[in-house]
Ligand binder design. Structure first.
Ligand code: ATP
Ligand code: MG
Length: 659
């Protein structure tokens, strides 16, 4: 039997009749089609809803030539003004902006540290910090700095203070190693670093400042390191003349300090952010100001249906693009009350997140497949009995969500009744491009799909020749520029052209493998370079993984292809079992048969390797390329983004024992 599209688990459709904006898919398609007739007009109408100091002269300019695009040229605005001043000067002044929870709890699981900041608090803190940064550190518009901070309110405050001055920042995730930090500091040529003494993670003290010192050993050009006292550790090493305490920087800055926001050109870079490094060396993605804020405004409304009554929680870390766009700039621009949490999802118990949802009455939850699969592995007892009645919208991001994981989250967190989508986007796209849009018009849900491209987004799936294909796997492309798109790769414009615009002429190449089904829904199946070819058939590793995850014994799985003299390539599956399940030869047989029945004989894994964890990026994405290198006995390449080195050693050992 050969694999056919019929075998894909894409037939289930769920209509939410109770949702106020549900619509038939034809009306949505019409609206989408109309938006593409004139994308400039479409996006200008969205951009008008932001506050501009000066309106733009031209909506879209290719400068100096495609694929270098500039949005809203001639327009001036300020992201910090949009996120704080706009609210601090209205009735939202006393509305809560951020509810922050630190990780430590008392013996009954209640948080020991909670901070609540209103929009007026935020406004004051942003202004004071901006003043200190300008007057004491001498930073000016166009300078670059690196931020290496944990999930504390000072992180968004700092990003907004820098945006106020037009200082370009690069946030490095606080879980990164000294080497990864050093690489990023050097690439961005930052003269100033912002960090903290330490923070809590899974009950342990993570000493951040010491990592900075290690990273800066070989770097001469860093002039200042500003250190926030998150833990107040007494023995934090400070380098004389270079290091300053954050509180000392602010000590003589009056509470009512006001710094007029710079009038920033729309195309001025807001930040640089390095991609997750799932597939190789991370790229320094550069985002503009005007286009980026426009896309965030649109998606906060369309995808999250954001209202003043919401309590919004995006569980990502601000160190990733999801946090930049959907914890800092998007929600705060909309005047949202949002939750921010410092620590690990399962600390001290696997229901930590659900207690947070209950405590603050979270209404919108934006999370990831890796988190959902982790909670599934702990079993239903940890979700049972928690109150999810406040949740009205769920969304996922980061990786394809296996239908099984979707169903689990929808049943428990979504009570089988709320809109739940898998929002597709990348660091490069700035914001969500393919998604369900319950704030605009909700089309039927399908477990695991990404849904339809948002209005103004010309996304499509094409074959090797660049011709559109439907009902067949192909490559995800975007055929027209969109606001929020990356401007370039920092310091490497040729790599920008080569990576994104060279595969198919005139189209943005996402590097993802996808299928467009008969309704036009897009299903991103994983990375284009992770596809395996068995006896001439191309298989997405994710489809085999999803089949495995749908087996009751399996929590997570990663599939990679290895060369086979007869069949070209064969799949090998790494499998993490659910808590309490033991590996056995019978189970191997059962799982191989399971895949055979679910997808077809060619998908049957040649080997099943049981492990206790999978190699993942620090943002929780499975790093299949490392597993492949283990199987091929090749050098691992760039592993700075790998969360846990022991996962690779374990995979190696388990595989060798099989052979
Ligand atoms: P690198 O580019 O360094 O290899 P990365 O691609 O993992 O790292 P990100 O920009 O964080 O860095 O991730 C974007 C990628 O994540 C997308 O290209 C896609 O493969 C995957 N992705 C994100 N959201 C979804 C989703 N909802 N469904 C399927 N895949 C998704
Ligand atoms: Mg990528």
């Amino acid at each position: 039997m050969s694999i056919s599209e019929e075998n894909l688990p894409y037939k289930e459709k769920i209509e939410l009749k109770s949702w106020p904006n549900s619509t038939d898919i034809d009306s949505y398609r019409k609206m989408h089609g109309k938006s593409l007739e004139n994308i400039e007009e479409h996006w200008a109408n969205v951009a008008k809803e932001l506050d501009w100091f000066k309106p733009w002269d031209k909506v879209l300019v290719a400068d100096p030539q495609p694929p270098f695009y500039k949005w809203f040229v001639g327009g001036k605005l300020n992201a910090s003004y949009l996120a704080v001043d706009r609210h601090a000067n209205t009735w939202r002044r006393n509305k809560l902006a951020i509810i922050w929870e630190g990780e430590p709890t008392d013996s009954s699981g209640n948080p020991l540290e909670v901070r609540k900041l209103t929009y007026y608090d935020l406004y004051r803190e942003v202004n004071r910090l901006a003043y200190a940064i300008r007057s004491k550190l001498g930073l000016r518009k166009g300078d670059t700095v690196t931020i290496y901070l944990p999930m504390i309110p000072e992180l968004p405050i700092l990003m907004l203070a820098l945006a106020r001055l037009g200082v370009i920042f690069s946030v490095v995730f606080s879980g990164f190693s000294a080497q990864a930090l050093a690489d990023r500091v050097m690439d961005a040529k930052s003269k100033v670093i912002f960090t903290a003494d330490a923070f809590w993670r899974r009950g342990k003290v993570v000493r951040l400042k010491e990592v900075v010192d290690e990273a800066l050993k070989g770097i001469q050009f860093v002039e200042k390191v500003v250190v926030f006292r998150r833990m107040g550790l007494k023995d934090t090493p400070m380098v004389n003349g270079r290091d300053i305490w954050w509180d000392e920087l602010l000590s003589d800055v009056p509470m009512n300090t006001y710094v007029k926001p710079e009038e920033i050109e729309s195309e001025h870079p807001l930040y640089i952010l390095y991609t997750s490094g799932t597939t190789g060396k991370p790229k320094g993605i550069v985002h503009d100001t005007g286009g980026y804020m426009t896309l965030l405004h649109a998606t906060m409304k369309w995808v999250f249906d954001i209202k003043d009554t919401d309590v919004y929680w995006c569980t990502a870390d601000i160190g990733w693009v999801t946090g930049h766009s959907y914890i800092v700039f998007g929600p705060l621009m909309e005047g949202v009350t949002e939750v921010m949490y410092e620590g690990a999802p399962d600390y001290p118990t696997p229901d930590r997140w659900w207690r947070i949802v209950e405590r603050y009455g979270v209404t919108i939850l934006y999370t990831s497949p890796t988190a959902i699969r982790t909670f599934m592995r702990y079993g239903d007892d940890w979700v049972k009995g928690h109150d999810f009645s406040t949740i009205r919208i769920l969304h996922s991001v980061g990786e394809p969500i296996n239908p099984e994981a979707w169903k689990w989250a929808w049943k428990w967190l979504g009570r089988g009744s709320v809109p739940f989508g898998s929002t597709w986007w990348m660091t490069e796209t700035g914001g969500i491009l393919i998604s369900h849009a319950p704030g605009l018009a909700l089309i039927p849900l399908k477990p695991g799909t990404n849904g339809l491209p948002l209005p103004g987004i010309d996304a499509d799936v094409v074959d090797d020749e660049g011709k559109p294909v439907q009902g067949k796997r192909g490559y995800l492309v975007i055929k027209k520029p969109w606001p929020g798109m990356l401007m370039t790769i920092w310091g490497d414009p040729n790599r920008y052209i080569q990576v994104y615009w060279s595969r198919f002429p005139g189209m943005y190449y996402a590097g993802d493998w996808a299928i467009k089904d008969e309704d036009g829904y897009i299903w991103v199946l994983g990375r284009a370079d992770e596809v395996i070819k068995v006896s001439g058939h191309r298989l997405g590793t994710y489809e085999i993984e999803s089949a495995l995850v749908s087996h009751k014994a399996v929590a997570e799985s990663a599939v990679v292809g290895v060369p086979d003299p007869v069949r070209g390539e064969v799949p090998v599956a790494f499998v993490v079992l659910k808590s309490g399940v033991n590996p056995s030869q019978e189970l191997v047989k059962e799982l191989r048969n399971w895949v055979r029945t679910a997808i077809g004989p060619i998908a049957e894994p040649a080997n099943i390797v049981f492990v206790s964890k999978l190699p993942k990026t620090r943002s929780g994405k499975i790093m299949r390329r490392l597993l492949k290198q283990v199987l091929m006995k090749q050098p691992l390449g760039d592993t700075t983004t790998l969360e846990d080195e022991t996962s690779i050693d374990e995979a190696k050992k388990a595989y060798e024992e099989l052979a």
